[in-house]
Design a protein around this ligand. Structure first.
Ligand SMILES: NC(=O)c1ccc[n+]([C@@H]2O[C@H](COP(=O)([O-])OP(=O)(O)OC[C@H]3O[C@@H](n4cnc5c(N)ncnc54)[C@H](O)[C@@H]3O)[C@@H](O)[C@H]2O)c1
Ligand SMILES: [Zn+2]
Ligand SMILES: [Zn+2]
Length: 391
């Protein structure tokens, strides 16, 4: 079959590799009908996540048709159409039972590595390195889905791939970020990053009662899309974000700040962004955290900072003093996709939201390597890429 394979930094290829097979009794094999590239894939592409190996198959946002099931999988049958959350979960452990799906303690085949890095083990993920189970991903014609009787969710008839594909990750991720922000009716919510995740943070904040949403980025078409959703926009390359947010909030700062940027923030020429780059270059820094610093500095006293952007390593110059002195609540984490699946699927079915609004590029798998480059560099108006491996 064809699949998008990581070969090194900035080197993704469309290779021909062996078809996946059932390996465990709860597995299913899914024929992928739609798969997307995520900002999280860019962290792999850019070499920010350690423990990738040449030959790893990418992709954690995918859906398709079940073509084979293991003998102990009683949930799925051949022919079912499913969306597959990016977390791989056993459904039985302490964390799965308490809804902390992203920390399932049984599915990460690289548990030792993860424990060394993070103190404790976290869940297996599709297509996401030898820290999270080295499971081949779904940017492929077929994929093996382990524990396929837990997370994969059947798609109700009548909904298109484009309507439901983002239930695998970015819609619930944006929704969780807004939930974690603890938005009260009428709150002012500022969202850093207007990529696909940021767009869903904006929509979710509105669904959860925000009075005003302010979107921050520097890419014109992403800010425009945020405005179409009813957000006010700040271009951080042209305006002083702190000044403008204070103007909008009687000098107090936004009630809730959501970071939808993560570890590869740009910071124009600010001193801290220059320091991040320098520290990374000499090996004593990992993440570039300008957006996180901005959230902590801007949030009003007693407010909330919610991180949906991914962080991976050891952070320098975190303004913890600002967070502490202002009594800020900080929440973060990989999305526990399954917690939001039913609610968001219902919102789509009821026509409250059509998640396909973020899609700008549709292609086959062969065009994948070029589209990684286009998405990374935000060329050609690219916001979200969806690939159809069988068309
Ligand atoms: N928590 C989760 O489970 C989860 C799931 C999916 C994605 N993510 C993470 O969410 C983040 C965003 O993903 P995406 O797909 O939208 O990626 P993306 O790269 O398309 O979007 C990031 C956006 O942030 C903007 N940006 C960069 N620096 C900024 C700054 N200083 N201030 C404001 N905006 C800035 C960029 O211009 C870009 O538009 C990534 O870190 C991704 O890994 C997390
Ligand atoms: Zn993703
Ligand atoms: Zn579990």
């Amino acid at each position: 079959m064809k699949a998008l394979v990581w070969h090194g930094r900035n080197d993704v290829r469309c290779d021909t590799i062996p078809d996946p097979r059932i390996e465990a009794p709860r597995d299913a094999i899914v024929k992928v009908t739609s798969t997307a590239i995520c900002g999280s894939d860019l962290h792999l592409y850019d070499g920010y996540i350690p423990a990738m190996e040449s030959g790893d198959v990418l992709g954690h946002e995918f859906m398709g048709e079940v073509v084979e099931v293991g003998r102990e999988n009683h949930k799925l049958k051949v022919g079912d159409r499913v969306v597959v959350p990016f977390n791989i979960c056993c459904g039985e452990c302490f964390f799965c039972r308490s809804g902390q799906w992203s920390c399932c303690e049984r599915t990460n085949r690289d548990a030792d590595q993860a424990t060394k890095m993070f103190g404790h083990n976290t869940a297996g993920l599709f297509g996401y390195s030898h820290l999270t189970g080295h499971y081949p991903g779904g940017q492929a014609e077929y994929v093996r889905v382990p524990y396929a009787d837990v997370c994969p969710t059947k798609v109700p008839a009548g909904l298109s791939d484009e309507q439901v594909l983002f239930l695998t990750d970015i819609f619930p991720t944006g929704y969780q970020a807004a939930k974690f922000a603890e938005i009260a009716d009428g709150d002012t919510v500022a969202v850093w990053g207007c990529g696909p995740v940021g767009q869903f943070c904006i929509r979710s904040a509105q669904m959860l009662g925000a009075g005003r949403v302010v979107a921050i980025d520097r890419v014109a078409e992403r800010l425009d899309l945020a405005k179409q959703s009813g957000a006010e926009a700040i271009d951080f390359s042209k305006e002083d974000v702190y000044e403008r947010l204070n103007q909008l909030t009687q000098g107090r700062g936004p009630d809730r700040c959501i970071d939808a940027v993560g570890m590869e923030a740009h910071g124009t020429d600010s001193w801290d962004a220059v320091a991040d780059r320098t520290l990374a270059a000499v090996g004593i820094g990992t993440d570039r955290i300008h957006a996180l610093r901005d959230c902590l500095r801007n949030v009003r006293a007693g407010g909330t900072v919610s991180l949906s952007g991914v962080y991976g390593g050891f952070l320098n110059m975190v303004p913890l003093g600002a967070a502490f002195q202002k009594g800020v609540t900080i929440r973060m984490g990989q999305c526990n996709v399954l917690n939001y699946m039913d609610e968001l699927l219902a919102a789509i079915e009821q026509g409250k939201i059509d998640p396909s609004f973020v899609i700008t590029h549709r292609a086959g798998l062969e065009e994948g390597p070029g589209l990684y480059e286009t998405f990374k560099n935000k060329k050609d108006g690219c916001i979200k890429v969806v690939m159809h491996p069988h068309s």
